[in-house]
Design a protein around this ligand. Structure first.
Ligand SMILES: [Zn+2]
Ligand SMILES: [Zn+2]
Ligand SMILES: [Zn+2]
Length: 125
């Protein structure tokens, strides 16, 4: 929903203002219930000495298959299309391609075949 909510007659219309905790225009809630719990995910926190409870059903985090970090979304290797976190991708010098470690190593091998040495990142600054 964009913009401020309209008051609806007959409803309470109180607001809860949640901040942007990462600087990415979203508020990230983390479920603090025990692993494998039943029912909705939940985060409770205090606001002005009074508890706020947030409940949701669908876990929106994803785990990077390479580094196992929990993140908001996966990025894609431009070569093989493998989905991993942005931190596990590396831009190949001079190609503007974000590559997974495997594709990066492969490209490096090809460069060694052609140039006799790997592309040097420092050459592309
Ligand atoms: Zn949960
Ligand atoms: Zn990763
Ligand atoms: Zn790849």
């Amino acid at each position: 929903m964009l913009g401020k909510p309209e008051d609806v007659p007959g409803e309470c219309n109180a607001w809860l203002l949640l901040g942007d905790d990462y600087g990415d225009n979203s508020t990230t809630c983390r479920c603090k219930l025990p692993e494998g719990h039943e029912g909705a995910h939940q985060e409770k926190f205090m606001r002005n000495d009074k508890p706020v409870t947030i409940q949701w059903w669908v876990d929106e985090s994803v785990i990077c298959p390479v580094c196992k970090a929990r993140i908001a979304y996966l990025s894609r290797c431009d070569q093989c299309g493998r989905e991993i976190c942005y931190d596990c991708l590396d831009m190949y010098p001079g190609s503007l391609m974000d590559l997974c470690q495997k594709c990066y190593a492969q490209k490096e091998k090809e460069a060694i075949k052609v140039n006799g040495k790997p592309m040097n990142k420092e050459d592309w600054k």
